[in-house]
Write a protein that binds this ligand. Structure first.
Ligand SMILES: *[C@@H]1O[C@H](CO)[C@@H](O)[C@H](O)[C@H]1NC(C)=O
Ligand SMILES: *[C@@H]1O[C@H](CO)[C@@H](O)[C@H](O)[C@H]1NC(C)=O
Ligand SMILES: *[C@@H]1O[C@H](CO)[C@@H](O)[C@H](O)[C@H]1NC(C)=O
Ligand SMILES: *[C@@H]1O[C@H](CO)[C@@H](O)[C@H](O)[C@H]1NC(C)=O
Length: 622
């Protein structure tokens, strides 16, 4: 009845029932799947969703939306309750920035905060992206924390209350709770890595200092705990998680610990010891992480009531699965189908998402891409590299400030400013945000000697990482880092068909049926992905690229750059996000440019709008 009211006609009712995912999403493809390794305690984990709550409309592997995830969680809860086991949902931050659904609204997040808040999450924390702007951390404080009250944890994060100006914890530091079905007593923390790029209305306390705090030291001495749960917007192989792990182990050498992390946008699973494991569940709503533990003590239950099947054992077993976020996987793991799977709540949220996308006109087309352009799936430079396209076509075609005219100029940008691939076909408003969601503008220094400027790129790509003080690496300061992350973990590993043939029930499949996708290798081996794929090759790209514009023409016959006439002075333009690095590199080259020598270039423009403008002018749809 309600659906009829919302949609009006009976034909449309059928359609809305058939597509739980967004109407314009590509349908999922069938593929051989590994089952979920259910245990006594189970987790569903999301991280670094960055506004992709409508799913990936152009990629069948990741085309389920947040409403489908709500249905999925509700169905798995039913299953857990039937079997008397527990299921907990966790999200580890960076929910915002990176997709039109968040970025295109005014104010930003007008729709996504509510959409995201519909999921019933048991333990949740903040990422760094929630803290770059005062507005977004205030949104956490005013909306997300109250929505997840009691579940939102901020172990090392404070905020200045926007009304009183008083410094206080963004949310409670930790929580202790007992699971519903098994009676497992869990002590949970929610951390952020030692992030320093936040706006001045929040305070991130270093992990090494936080673990010395009295409240933390007291909490980890609690003997009535069956499991420590440490969630964090922190990569698994980090000093921060290592410090928390050691601090807990100093007090409790034997109690199992589960870590759930994020930030580096990869699938990863790490073993710290035989009773301490960590899971990271990718990025952008591509992955729903599944984690299970069996063999935990159940101190929250009286002995009579305890299930005899789940006696505490000397060594509990831990298991993980990375679920490709699509309906084919969801149907399989719930043993349901398109008519039995969606819940009313899940459907409602899918409708909220479609209606927000419509209001934001995210499907409006700027033009049509003639081919795919990849961030990491093509080498740089090459015809299919999005960075070659940016440096050779977009920037030369758009970077010009009337006040400087066609003076020879160089543009420097960090490759992290480009966040995602472009697929052949329609390039929409939504795509302009997924490709480059950042609101950084451009600045420049006028009349820089070209003899200096031409050496900058190499310095930025090779020297600055070592020069830059107080940071783990250059890459960790950049807004996006799938570039670094993907090449060092998971996705690059070699496909091993013999190992992956063993499926739940002696299934056999043809390799030609496999589609390209994640083929992860981690501390648990190479059987973590739910969907069996052929691997995708990933290429490393530099941290920065440059584009030279309106340089003096070369002589007609000249084909080598050495034949061109070099300008003496150029305007040095850069994305303002990298100003401190550019100034540092200039210093390294023996010059003395200061903040005061820099000025705004192309007032009010950012990468998102330049790309949209270029596409409108160059990519016709047939
Ligand atoms: C911050 O939020 C306020 C209130 O919603 C809005 O008026 C303002 O434009 C926002 N500022 C930015 C920089 O988005
Ligand atoms: C943050 O910086 C702004 C100016 O950039 C200033 O007006 C404000 O008082 C600062 N807030 C805090 C809590 O320091
Ligand atoms: C879905 O499953 C139900 C119950 O098993 C069955 O009756 C129905 O025919 C199935 N629908 C589809 C579309 O497969
Ligand atoms: C779904 O939306 C309808 C219409 O707004 C509402 O009446 C109903 O309570 C919602 N159901 C759930 C489970 O959220």
């Amino acid at each position: 009845m309600i659906v009829r009211f919302l949609y009006g006609g009976s034909a449309l009712i059928f359609l809305s029932a058939a597509f739980a995912a967004q109407p314009s999403a590509s349908p999922p493809l069938s593929a051989p799947l590994r089952d979920l390794p259910w245990g006594q305690l189970n987790f569903l984990h999301t991280t670094d969703t960055h506004g992709w709550h409508a799913g990936h409309l152009q990629e069948p592997s990741f085309s389920a939306d947040w409403g489908d995830y709500i249905s999925f969680a509700e169905r798995l809860h039913e299953k857990a309750d039937d079997e008397g086991v527990d299921l907990l949902l966790v999200d580890t931050g960076d929910r915002i920035e990176g997709n039109g659904l968040y970025d295109a609204s005014d104010p930003k997040g007008k729709y996504t905060l509510e959409i995201f808040g519909e999921q019933d999450i048991d333990v949740i924390c903040s990422g760094n992206h929630e803290l770059y702007k005062a507005n977004s951390s205030n949104n956490e404080y005013d909306e997300t924390v109250p929505n997840f009250l009691g579940n939102y944890l901020a172990s090392n994060l404070d905020i200045f209350d926007p009304k009183t100006g008083e410094q206080r914890p963004l949310a409670q530091r930790y929580k202790k709770f007992t699971t519903k079905n098994q009676g497992i007593r869990i002590l949970a923390f929610g951390f952020l890595y030692d992030f320093t790029g936040n706006a001045n209305n929040t305070v991130v306390k270093k992990v090494e200092d936080t673990i010395k705090d009295k409240w933390f030291q007291q909490a980890i001495r609690d003997r009535d705990v069956d499991l420590f749960l440490v969630i964090g917007h922190i990569q698994l192989r980090s000093q921060e998680f290592a410090r928390i792990y050691r601090a807990i182990r100093e007090q409790q050498w034997d109690v199992p610990i589960q870590f759930l992390g994020g930030h580096t946008h990869i699938r990863d699973y790490a073993k710290y010891d035989s009773k301490a494991y960590a899971l990271e569940s990718g990025r952008y709503m591509e992955t729903i992480g599944f984690m299970s533990i069996t063999g935990l003590s159940t101190g929250g239950k009286s002995n009579e009531a305890a299930d005899p099947d789940f006696k505490p054992s000397a060594s509990p077993s831990f298991s993980r699965r990375y679920i490709d976020n699509n309906l084919f996987s969801f149907y399989h793991h719930t043993s349901l189908n398109e008519s039995t799977f969606p819940t009313e709540h899940g459907r409602n949220v899918s409708s909220m998402i479609s209606s927000a996308r419509k209001k934001l006109q995210l499907d409006k087309t700027y033009g049509c891409a003639p081919r795919d352009y990849w961030t990491n799936r093509a080498p740089y430079p090459s015809k299919h590299s999005i960075f070659s396209w940016l440096g050779d076509e977009v920037l030369p075609g758009t970077v010009c400030d009337p006040k400087r005219g066609d003076k020879p100029r160089m543009v420097l940008t960090n490759t992290g400013a480009i966040r995602f691939d472009i697929f052949k076909g329609p390039f929409t408003v939504d795509n302009s945000y997924t490709v480059s969601p950042f609101t950084s503008g451009f600045r420049y220094i006028k009349d820089v000697p070209f003899s200096v400027a031409k050496r900058l790129l190499q310095i930025l790509n090779q020297e600055v990482p070592q020069l830059w003080p107080a940071s783990k690496s250059f890459a960790s300061k950049m807004p996006a880092q799938p570039n670094q992350a993907h090449t060092s973990h998971g996705l690059e590993h070699v496909y091993q068909p013999s190992e992956q043939m063993r499926l739940g029930k002696a299934h056999t499949y043809d390799e030609k049926d496999l589609t390209p996708g994640y083929t992860t290798t981690d501390d648990g081996g190479s059987d973590g992905d739910d969907t069996i794929h052929v691997p995708i090759t990933f290429f490393r790209v530099p941290s920065c690229l440059e584009s030279r514009i309106d340089f003096p023409p070369t002589s007609a016959s000249a084909t080598h750059s050495s034949d061109s006439v070099e300008p003496v002075l150029i305007d040095l333009i850069y994305v303002d996000f990298i100003q401190s690095y550019v100034l540092l590199a200039l210093k390294f080259l023996g010059t003395d440019y200061q903040d005061g020598d820099t000025e705004v270039y192309m007032q009010g423009r950012d990468m998102t709008s330049l790309i949209a403008e270029w596409v409108q002018g160059h990519w016709d749809c047939e």
